[in-house]
Design a protein around this ligand. Structure first.
Ligand code: SF4
Length: 227
């Protein structure tokens, strides 16, 4: 049976996953390169919680237009102005508080520069990030993948849905179990690309309502556990 990664790679080629996000940023003359900056990456992680890419991108653009995304600037920024900038991203009260808390921690523990953190071993970084308020497993794995350039397979809601429907985990499987099961199907060094391809697949074919199984590129290896 062809492997998951091979099927997805063959189908999508080098197509970029974040093309909609990139388009939005380009309209504002903003570059996606800043997503690789460790502090910005965590801020985006907070903004992306429980909302669509479109809304979180809009929230990020509004925030970046009003403030420089640095710990020093955001720690001094009035909370109500952060809230107002990110309002379109949902849960803005909580997210604004978390951004302030993050900025405070990064300033206090790292002198405002997370480049020191990314030089540490992955295990230590994971432990440290998970101790920050509002930073969960997915944001941590995204950070490890994109900022530390390590092989990492963050699991988002699209990927959870695909893995459950494929039948490689049960319906109630949690984050680590899904990550482990998918990692077994992923060639070494390809986890981050698999993460991107599975997100694309979830959006394009394995939709929440009415999955397009007949057109899906991984149909041959999927048990289609849909209910
Ligand atoms: S075959 Fe259907 S259920 Fe399986 S991943 Fe594709 S769209 Fe989802």
């Amino acid at each position: 049976m062809p492997e998951l990664f091979d099927l997805l790679s063959k189908f999508y080629g080098s197509r970029r996953v974040w093309e909609e996000v990139e388009k939005e940023l380009r309209k504002e003359n903003m570059s996606t390169k800043r997503f690789h900056d460790p502090f910005t990456n965590l801020v985006i992680g907070i903004l992306s919680q429980n909302t669509s890419d479109r809304n979180s991108t809009r929230a990020y653009i509004n925030l970046a237009k009003r403030f420089q995304i640095t710990p020093k600037v955001l720690v001094e920024a009035p909370l109500r102005e952060i809230k107002s900038a990110i309002r379109c991203g949902g849960m803005y009260n909580l997210k604004a508080r978390r951004i302030k808390q993050l900025a405070r921690i990064v300033l206090k523990k790292y002198g405002g520069d997370l480049k020191k953190l990314i030089k540490l071993p992955v295990g230590k970084v994971r432990k440290e990030l998970l101790s920050f308020p509002g930073i969960g497993q997915k944001t941590t794995d995204v950070f490890i993948g994109y900022c530390m350039k390590k092989d990492s397979l963050p699991i988002d809601t699209n990927i959870k849905r695909v893995a459950r429907r494929m039948g490689i985990v049960g319906k109630k499987a949690k984050y680590e179990e899904i990550q482990k099961a998918l990692s077994k199907l992923t060639p070494k060094g390809k986890k981050l690309r698999t993460h991107e391809l599975l997100i694309r697949l979830g959006r394009d074919f394995c939709k929440v309502r009415r999955p397009l199984c007949e057109k899906c590129p991984i149909s041959s290896m999927c048990k289609k556990v849909i209910s």
